[in-house]
Design a protein around this ligand. Structure first.
Ligand SMILES: NC(=O)c1ccc[n+]([C@@H]2O[C@H](COP(=O)([O-])OP(=O)(O)OC[C@H]3O[C@@H](n4cnc5c(N)ncnc54)[C@H](O)[C@@H]3O)[C@@H](O)[C@H]2O)c1
Length: 335
């Protein structure tokens, strides 16, 4: 049994806390919002996971030091925009070598760093790892079979975390490719916005499949240049997460995209979805990364034009269809 502090009481932090508790670990959950913790204490419910009861044994607190204490594992489960500020708040209470597992998905706008890199910058004494994959909180909390991958610098750490998270309904693989996992996790949200827009425009399954396959192609090209490994992008945190995010109504990125496809502005869509739409931030970061690494990312480029330059979504799809003729994969030329 491990003792675990979940830092962040959003949908994912709460679902993971329940999973870890069910796995027999001593689990505490911290929120930056005291009123949120108060409500959860009183109702033993999370507002976005109405079907589950939060077991009494899960300790809920707004005190960061208590949540971190002598914990074996700390789980960074705040939305990506709050990862740096939360890590900075954790610094005074972190023990040397304490394990911090990032489960947030994103690339930091401005620095273009992955979130584990952000955590390492703010918490140089921590050992970092990541957990990612096709795993909607709504389904994990209901115990529906799910698979994820743990990435870590050290194999022993990845295998330890695999045993901490793994259950009969939550299968966990290990990988040394932290960069690849994090790039896949962050950039799939951008393609999910595009898939949502296509749905909102009334396009069909062919269009969705095109966005998924061409989306993973451009994510892979960039990810490899950033140091990720090609195999990771055909794995759980690559194509796996991309499929679920583009297909599921649990995806807030896709839901926001659908509204934009129907004619909402980005701001109107964000307001309607009422949750942080991380793909919007990741879209900007992805465009900046594409420029920094000299990589062509046509879907990312069009999404940025739709989100930030008011380009009509239909025109963006037309421009994608009428790009210069290409070979499907430049690594597969004729002899
Ligand atoms: N929801 C999922 O299914 C899921 C699955 C896998 C990964 N993730 C990733 O996990 C991360 C969290 O997602 P989520 O769905 O739990 O988000 P969420 O929108 O449910 O998170 C909202 C929570 O953020 C916290 N918060 C609000 N303001 C804060 C602040 N100033 N500082 C720190 N924390 C603050 C609060 O606890 C609030 O409840 C995201 O990066 C997401 O991509 C989510």
């Amino acid at each position: 049994m491990a003792s675990i502090g979940v830092i962040g009481a959003g949908t994912w932090g709460t679902a993971l806390a329940v999973l870890l508790h069910n796995n027999g670990h001593e689990t505490a959950v911290w929120s930056a919002l005291p009123e949120e913790i108060e409500e959860m204490k009183q109702t033993r419910r999370h507002k976005n996971l109405p079907e589950i009861t939060i077991p009494e044994e899960i300790f809920l607190t707004a005190d960061l030091e208590t949540a971190m204490g002598e914990k074996d594992v700390l789980i960074m489960a705040v939305p990506s925009v709050f990862v740096r500020s939360t890590a900075a708040r954790m610094k005074p209470f972190l023990k040397k070598g304490q394990l911090v597992v990032d489960v947030a998905k994103g690339i930091e706008e401005g620095t273009l760093k992955t979130l584990s890199q952000v955590i390492e910058e703010e918490l140089p004494d921590a050992e970092t790892a990541i957990l990612s994959g096709p795993s909607h909180a709504e389904e994990v909390s209901r115990g529906l079979p799910t698979t994820c991958v743990v990435g870590a610098h050290r194999r022993e750490t990845a295998e330890y975390l695999q045993s901490v998270f793994m259950s009969p309904v939550f299968r966990v693989y290990t990988s040394p490719d932290m960069v690849g996992i994090e790039v896949g996790a962050a950039l799939k949200n951008v393609i999910a916005l595009a898939a949502g827009i296509a749905d909102g425009l009334g396009y069909g399954d062919n269009t969705k499949a095109a966005l998924i396959t061409r989306g993973i192609a451009e994510i892979t090209r960039l990810g490899i240049k950033m140091g990720g490994k090609e195999q990771t992008f055909v794995g759980l945190s690559g194509i796996g997460d991309l499929i679920v995010t583009c297909a599921s109504m649990h995806s807030r990125n896709r839901r926001a995209g659908i509204l934009i496809g129907k004619g909402y502005t980005m701001d109107e869509a964000m307001k309607e979805v009422q949750m942080v739409v991380e793909g919007v931030y990741s879209a900007k970061a992805a465009k900046a990364l594409a420029e920094a690494y000299g990589e062509e990312m046509p879907i990312v480029d069009q999404i940025n034009q739709v989100l930030f330059e008011g380009k009509p979504a239909k025109e963006a799809v037309g421009d994608l269809m009428l790009r210069d003729k290409r070979i499907e994969n430049s690594l597969l030329p004729w002899e």
